[in-house]
Write a protein that binds this ligand. Structure first.
Ligand SMILES: Cc1cc2nc3c(=O)[nH]c(=O)nc-3n(C[C@H](O)[C@H](O)[C@H](O)COP(=O)(O)OP(=O)(O)OC[C@H]3O[C@@H](n4cnc5c(N)ncnc54)[C@H](O)[C@@H]3O)c2cc1C
Ligand code: FES
Length: 289
């Protein structure tokens, strides 16, 4: 592959944002049944150093002949050696990704979309509520918090999965806790070995003490979970502009051109995926938006 200078790379992205860059898969880390993290690096060495993303943004991953899927970046934005995407195998493209192994090449277009505004929330208590495949877009935040823990008040992660086997990133929980992140892990259904919490994420959220004057909420996961987390946050008098939600819609272009991802007046690819509830409120409870 041609090696482009950072300036050329930026120019190519501007001219042809529909063209994917090629990245080599370095390793595949199984996380849960039908979920794996793909660690990759761009073939172009200059792109490796010039590529930057913010926590919450996503890439379009592509496989020739199969198509593209929007996948959040789940790795540390300060790690310029590799980029991680955590994929749940649900359909055409993601099932094709499930067949890739180390050494294979994948197309990457991005990064796209808005990010979690962590830098605006220094001094605040951060409450993160995630369900299932909603944790990967939030994991980059945890790397940032660990790197600058003193900039924040309490950092609480409530993470729920269907069963203990479905919990992702389990090998990292100890490091998160050692860095001063409060972890509340819950499952919908335990098994014979499970001694932890059982119950849905909004229920665990309901049990928390929080000071609405200095708290912000970041949430991502199934839409039903998001709705109840918002309900509980509002009940604690956290204002809609302090509740941040990452939304999923079908993606095609990722550039605000095709209209596939429309949500009310917004394009999720360009105006989101991270929105405040203040932005979404008028459209959130409307069917088929
Ligand atoms: C901003 C954004 C970030 C995303 N981040 C991630 C991520 O980090 N990891 C990840 O695995 N996925 C993520 N997704 C979801 C992913 O883009 C979709 O699941 C995508 O449709 C998968 O493509 P596919 O071709 O494999 O499946 P498709 O062929 O498009 O879909 C196959 C079947 O799966 C169903 N389906 C599609 N999407 C979902 C879904 N989200 N949940 C349940 N069923 C679904 C469809 O209804 C269809 O029946 C994200 C989506 C958005 C918009
Ligand atoms: S995916 Fe085309 S407008 Fe958003």
């Amino acid at each position: 592959m041609t090696a482009y200078s950072p300036q050329q790379t930026a120019a190519i992205s501007l001219v042809s944002p529909m063209l994917p860059f090629r990245a080599e898969i370095l390793s595949v880390q199984p996380e849960a049944p039908l979920v794996s993290t793909y660690w990759m690096r761009f073939l172009d060495p200059e792109l490796r150093t010039s590529y930057q993303f913010k926590p919450g943004q996503f890439n379009m991953l592509s496989i020739p002949g199969m198509g593209e899927a929007a996948i959040s970046i789940s790795s540390d934005s300060n790690d310029h050696q590799r980029v991680g995407h955590t994929v749940r195998f649900v359909g055409n493209v993601t099932n094709a990704i499930s067949r890739l192994k180390a050494g294979d090449v994948i197309g990457v277009r991005g990064p796209f979309g808005t990010s979690w505004p962590l830098e605006d929330h220094h001094g605040k208590d951060i409450f993160i509520a995630a369900g299932g495949i909603g944790l990967p877009p939030l994991r980059p935040i945890l790397y940032q918090v660990m790197a600058q823990r003193n900039n924040f008040g309490r950092v609480v992660v409530i993470y729920g999965a269907r069963t203990p086997d479905d919990l992702q990133f389990t090998r990292e929980y100890k490091a998160w806790e050692e860095a001063g992140i409060e972890l509340i892990i819950t499952v919908d259904r335990g098994d014979e070995k499970w001694t932890g919490l059982v119950g849905v994420v909004p229920l665990m959220f309901y049990r928390l003490r929080m000071d609405p004057r200095k708290s912000v909420v970041y949430t991502c996961g199934p839409e039903i979970m998001i709705r109840f987390v918002i309900f509980e946050a509002l009940a604690r008098r956290i204002t809609p502009d302090q509740i941040y939600v990452s939304m999923e819609r079908n993606m095609r272009c990722g550039l605000g051109l095709c209209g596939h991802c429309q949500l009310g007046p917004y394009f999720v690819c360009k105006d989101g995926p991270v929105f405040t509830y203040e932005q979404l409120q008028p459209y959130f409870n409307v069917e088929d938006l």
